[in-house]
Design a protein around this ligand. Structure first.
Ligand SMILES: NC(=O)c1ccc[n+]([C@@H]2O[C@H](COP(=O)([O-])OP(=O)(O)OC[C@H]3O[C@@H](n4cnc5c(N)ncnc54)[C@H](OP(=O)(O)O)[C@@H]3O)[C@@H](O)[C@H]2O)c1
Length: 286
């Protein structure tokens, strides 16, 4: 790929947790940032409106699309699948067609929820079998991109954490205020530092990578272990943590959604941070 900073990029989801981080990091690049409602330096574009997309592509003619916008609210997707499909599937369909037309490379942010969450440590060759509407929609989008013939990078990640993440901030505040936290001990995932996701996405683009890849942190943990590690990173010695099981919670949680980053590590020699390193980094950047 030519000089990355010169590549014309179209970014979606730029007001969200993940997209706003990408927008900030891409500030010295040739990027057009968009979201539904827009904002400072963010163009308002409704991705479910094909006419808006057609004129956007006509004026921007992006070389790379980084499509981060989506509805990741698992409960909302379960209750209102028709509504959620609009942004999670229909928008992808419109974008795929336009990428085909304009020769744009499609970078798609997918999720660990494409798997059934039973065995964990899923690699790129494991067969996805989503057990939620959200996972089904994300998988449908992945398949549309893969079968379209366009240049693409499908990134599966999970449990992203960073300075402005709701879960991280909630855990930090609760721990600092000494509030008791009930945390699951039997639901596992691979938390991923947002900085790692961004930096590796750029590396993959520079390397002209094409295909599907798992980008996750080095450690598989339960929610209980994650919060304990956050407490450690803040030097909180006796956090008020109450262990809980999925069945005691009475809520929908999957036992193990962890992803395996072996392809990233072994084939591309690219590595993410451990959870301890990531949390230490966040504390030091406050
Ligand atoms: N967060 C994670 O841990 C994680 C892990 C793996 C994958 N992902 C994927 O990353 C994506 C974003 O996650 P997030 O945590 O950043 O979500 P988020 O904070 O809820 O942000 C969602 C973004 O999507 C935009 N959007 C929603 N509907 C739109 C529409 N019709 N037209 C244009 N833009 C629209 C929103 O724009 P407005 O603010 O203007 O409404 C917002 O910028 C999701 O697709 C999710 O599947 C997230």
């Amino acid at each position: 790929m030519k000089d990355f900073e010169k590549v014309k990029i179209l970014l979606t989801g730029s007001t969200g947790f993940v997209g706003s981080f990408f927008k900030k990091e891409l500030s010295s690049s040739n990027v057009i940032s968009t979201s539904k409602s827009g904002g400072k330096g963010v163009l308002p574009v409704d991705l479910t409106n094909n006419e808006e997309l057609v004129s956007l592509f006509e004026s921007v003619k992006p070389e790379v699309l980084i499509h981060i916008a989506g509805n990741k609210d698992v409960n909302f997707c379960e209750k209102f699948p028709k509504d959620a499909r609009q942004i999670n599937v229909t928008a992808t369909q419109y974008l795929v067609e336009l990428c085909k037309q304009y020769g744009t490379k499609f970078v798609y942010l997918s999720t660990d929820y494409v798997f059934d969450g039973k065995k964990g440590n899923y690699s790129e060759i494991d067969i996805p079998l989503p057990s939620s509407e959200y996972g089904k929609m994300k998988l449908e989008s992945e398949k549309m991109i893969q079968s379209s013939g366009i240049e693409h990078i499908i990134i599966r990640s999970g449990a992203l954490y960073g300075q402005n993440g709701k879960f991280y901030q909630w855990a930090v505040n609760s721990l600092k205020e000494g509030i008791e936290i009930e945390a699951l001990i039997d639901s596992f995932f691979t938390p991923t530092l947002l900085d790692d996701l961004y930096e590796i996405t750029v590396k993959l683009l520079v390397l002209n990578f094409n295909g599907i890849i798992h980008i996750v942190g080095k450690d598989k943990v339960s929610r209980y272990q994650m919060i304990s590690k956050i407490a450690d990173s803040l030097a909180i010695l006796n956090p008020k943590l109450k262990p809980m099981t999925i069945s005691e919670s009475g809520m929908f949680f999957l036992p193990d959604l962890s992803l395996c980053p072996d392809k990233l590590n072994k084939e591309l020699k690219i590595y993410t941070h451990t959870l301890e390193e990531g949390l230490k980094f966040l504390v030091s950047s406050f």
